[in-house]
Each structure stands twice: as structure tokens, then as C-alpha cells.
Design a binder for this molecule. Structure first.
Ligand SMILES: Cc1cc2nc3c(=O)[nH]c(=O)nc-3n(C[C@H](O)[C@H](O)[C@H](O)COP(=O)(O)OP(=O)(O)OC[C@H]3O[C@@H](n4cnc5c(N)ncnc54)[C@H](O)[C@@H]3O)c2cc1C
Length: 413
């Protein structure tokens, strides 16, 4: 039996996957998972979709129930915040003044929402969707009828808007860019998302920011003043303006990284006893031939097991293409690949993406110099993502790519 202790920091999907894979792979030493949250590991996508829609209980987000962690002898230490790391001593410093020794360490601290910096941002009713308690607060706002102001037309903001409209809650979305998701999808596909939301009754105000939030009796949100000077009544404001990787104390300890923690393809950091997974890992990815940090579910899901196997000396490598998905109204979408600068790509649409009154069904490809950098499908589940993934990195003829009569296996040139 091993006398080593492997510690995981983080109670999200990535940390949970490291711990569960250590056991699945037969590691019989101590496994400790530390999380600042007051509950065992859970994943987050359902919080802005099935849960807000009322279709799934919040508990469906848990990786396992509390008994599973006990049965697998994984010591889940909740409400425990790590504040420091001493690499030379292999020691974590805890907020309560204690320390925790490790032989090997996996860091999975994820991201935390970027805060809004306008007058009134500290009022009750200004909400950020990252964890279960906040999801429960937003659900109550939807259940009581709103109205809701969403700040930021990114993935999370738009999913919340979709859930709200599905409950017939009046929603205004404020976005400083000229289109939602423009930086990720580019103008053509971003326009499709703008039309989708308008079709469902979202008051989508583009090139518009938030100037101020006003409160009832100075305590609870009552209205929002936009950068255009309009006053919008609001029962709550949900802010979705991006997230920051939680790496301050990690980089302060001396691990290499800039906005995340640099790792090699085995998720090992610049310290041979430490791995990084999920949102914080800036991975030197062989599938892309460059270093990328990806804040998406699949990254957390797939990087955890690779790190666990690497910690066990099994030589695992993370070589997957980035992948993500969203669900908004009747639009289900999968995306694969990575586009460093969407403004310099050519977008090819395959199928009819014009009629927002019907469930949309099309594919989109982002090409640089004729080579596919990324691809997505909307509602084409029979074909799915696999044939699109096979085209990433391949040179294609854009005219044939747009022609739905040309089969996928005849598209590479
Ligand atoms: C509402 C929502 C919906 C999403 N929907 C999608 C989607 O549809 N598709 C998609 O691809 N991606 C989606 N994502 C993104 C995806 O959920 C994240 O990429 C994923 O959660 C990252 O997992 P993680 O384990 O790296 O980090 P996290 O899930 O953020 O977990 C990090 C954990 O570490 C803990 N922690 C942080 N610092 C410390 C510390 N110092 N001490 C102790 N514990 C600490 C945190 O409390 C948390 O438990 C969504 C995210 C959110 C918030």
C-alpha cells in the first residue's frame, strides 16, 4: 500500500475527476480533496440550463453523492480555503492557519466571475452565476417574474436570458460589443445568435454598457441606468462579463504561468510534483501545436483523468482539441477547435442559418488561409461533431464545404 498523499485543490469538475481517476486507477494511498465550497464536487453547466429552466434539480450537478466519496476513501474537506503553496516543502497553507502536506498535488481552482465596477454594483440583487447558491438566487428571481437585466452577452449571459424568456420573464441584455459572442464567433454567426434572442423576446441592447445600478432604499436593486441613459426596471441584475482564473497564490509560489498555470502535455507544471487541470491549465497542446487555456466543461472533464494518470506515472498525454457546447431555447450547439483571432478568419456556413422562427440547423467553419481552425454544428445531432472535428487542421475548398451535397469525407483537399 502506498504511503503517499495526493492532494487535489478544487471542488469543481476538474478536481473531482482527478480524485476519482486516482482511485479508479488503483492508487491506494491517501487522497485529499480540498474545496472552499460547502459541498462535494459538482459541475456547472446545468446551473445555467436545466436547473434554471426547471427541468433538472440542482443536485444533478454533483459528480457523486457524499457517500460515494466516503466509500472511495477520498477525504473531501469542504469550506477549506488554500491561501499559499510552499513548493520546496510540498506544503499547502490554509486560510485557518493550518497546513497540508502532499507528495503530489493537482491544482484545479477554476475561475471566478469578473466583478462589475459601477455605482450600485454592491447592492443586493446583483448576482454572478458561478456556484450553486447563486444559481438558486437567480432561480428565485425567475420564479418571481423578474424583470431581469443581464450584463454581458457571453455564453452564460445568453443562457440565463434564454432560461428567463422560457419562463416569460422580461429580460434586457446589455452588451458593449456590437454583437453578442462576437469575439468568439465573428460577425456572421454572432448575428445568428442576436436574431435568435430577439426572436424570443430578449431586449438585446448592443454597443451599450451599464452606467449605474439604483436600489430600493439604497439596499436592493430596483433599476439599471444604461450607458445610453435609459432606465430599466430590474428585480435583479445578473452579471456575465467573463471570469478570472484563480491563480494568484499559485503563481506567487513560483509556478510558471501568466494568466494561468503553464503545463506540458501531461498537465505537469514547472514543478515536477504539481499538476494543473481545468480552467487554470495553460496546456502545451500537441493537437494544436501551441499553448492554450480553455475555460470549458470538456477541458475540466478530460484533463482531470490525464493528470491523475500522469501523477501515477502512466505517461498520459492531453492532446484533445478544445470543445464546448451550449443550449439556448431550441438551439443546441457543439463547437470544436480553436480560433486565436476570429477577425482574420473566413467563415463558411453549410446549411440554412437564416430562419430564426424554425429550430436552426446548420454547420459553420472558421478558415484561415483555407485551413479549418474550428467548426460547429447547430442541431445537426445525426451528423454530430466527429466529422467536423476530423476537418480541423485540414485544407478545404470553401465552395465545396458550403455545398451540403458534398459528403464530409470528400471535403479535404
Ligand atoms: C453557469 C455555468 C455554465 C457553464 N456552461 C458551460 C457549457 O455549457 N459548456 C461548457 O463547455 N462549459 C460551460 N461552463 C464552463 C465550465 O463549467 C468550466 O470550464 C468548468 O467548471 C471548469 O472546471 P474547474 O474544475 O476547472 O473549475 P471550477 O468548476 O471553477 O471549480 C474550481 C473549484 O475550486 C475551488 N477553489 C478555488 N480556489 C480555491 C482555494 N484557494 N482553495 C480551495 N478551493 C478553491 C472553487 O471553489 C471550486 O470548487 C459553464 C460555467 C458556468 C459557471
Amino acid at each position: 500500500m502506498s504511503d503517499e498523499t495526493y492532494v487535489v485543490v478544487g471542488g469543481g469538475l476538474a478536481g473531482g475527476r482527478v480524485a476519482e481517476t486516482l482511485r479508479e486507477e488503483g492508487f491506494d494511498g491517501d487522497v485529499v480533496l480540498v474545496t472552499v465550497e460547502d459541498r462535494p464536487p459538482y459541475e456547472r453547466p446545468v446551473l445555467s440550463k436545466g436547473y434554471l429552466l426547471g427541468a433538472e434539480p440542482v443536485t444533478s450537478a454533483y459528480l457523486h453523492d457524499a457517500a460515494w466519496w466516503r466509500d472511495h476513501a477520498i477525504d473531501v474537506r469542504t469550506e477549506t480555503m488554500v491561501t499559499g503553496l510552499r513548493l520546496d516543502d510540498r506544503l499547502l497553507e490554509l486560510e485557518d492557519g493550518g497546513t497540508l502536506a502532499y507528495d503530489k498535488l493537482a491544482l484545479a481552482t477554476g475561475s471566478w466571475p469578473r466583478r462589475l465596477d459601477v455605482p450600485g454594483a454592491d447592492l443586493d440583487g446583483v448576482l454572478y452565476l458561478r456556484d450553486m447558491p447563486e444559481a438558486e438566487r437567480i432561480k428565485k428571481v425567475l420564479d418571481s417574474g423578474g424583470p431581469l437585466v443581464v450584463v454581458g452577452a457571453g455564453w452564460i449571459g445568453l443562457e440565463i436570458a434564454a432560461a428567463a424568456r422560457t419562463h416569460s420573464v422580461p429580460v434586457t441584455v446589455l452588451e458593449t460589443a456590437p454583437l453578442p459572442l462576437q469575439r468568439v464567433l465573428g460577425d456572421d454567426v454572432a448575428t445568428i445568435f442576436a436574431e435568435l434572442h430577439r426572436h424570443h423576446g430578449v431586449d438585446l441592447r448592443l454597443s451599450t454598457g451599464i452606467a449605474r445600478i439604483d436600489g430600493k432604499d439604497g439596499a436592493t436593486v430596483s433599476s439599471v441606468v444604461t450607458s445610453a441613459g435609459d432606465v430599466l426596471p430590474a428585480a435583479a441584475v445578473v452579471v456575465g462579463i467573463g471570469a478570472e482564473p484563480q491563480v494568484d497564490w499559485i503563481l506567487a509560489a513560483g509556478l510558471r504561468g501568466e494568466d494561468g498555470v503553464d503545463t506540458d502535455a501531461t498537465l505537469q507544471t514547472s514543478d515536477p510534483s504539481v499538476w494543473a487541470v481545468g480552467d487554470i491549465a495553460a496546456v502545451d497542446n500537441p493537437a494544436l501545436g501551441r499553448r492554450v487555456r480553455i475555460e470549458h466543461w470538456a477541458m475540466a472533464h478530460d484533463s482531470g483523468p490525464v493528470a491523475a494518470r500522469a501523477m501515477l506515472g502512466q505517461g498520459a498525454v492531453f492532446d484533445k482539441l478544445p470543445y464546448f457546447y451550449t443550449d439556448q431555447y431550441d438551439l443546441g450547439m457543439e463547437y470544436v477547435g480553436h480560433v486565436p483571432d476570429v477577425t482574420t478568419t473566413d467563415v463558411v456556413l453549410r446549411g440554412d442559418a437564416t430562419d430564426a422562427s424554425e429550430p436552426l440547423a446548420f454547420q459553420a467553419f472558421w478558415l484561415r488561409d483555407g485551413v479549418v481552425e474550428a467548426a460547429m454544428h447547430v442541431n445537426l445531432w445525426d451528423t454530430g461533431i466527429a466529422p467536423l472535428e476530423a476537418l480541423v487542421g485540414k485544407r478545404v475548398d470553401p465552395v465545396r464545404l458550403a455545398d451540403t451535397s458534398v459528403p464530409f469525407d470528400q471535403l479535404g483537399v
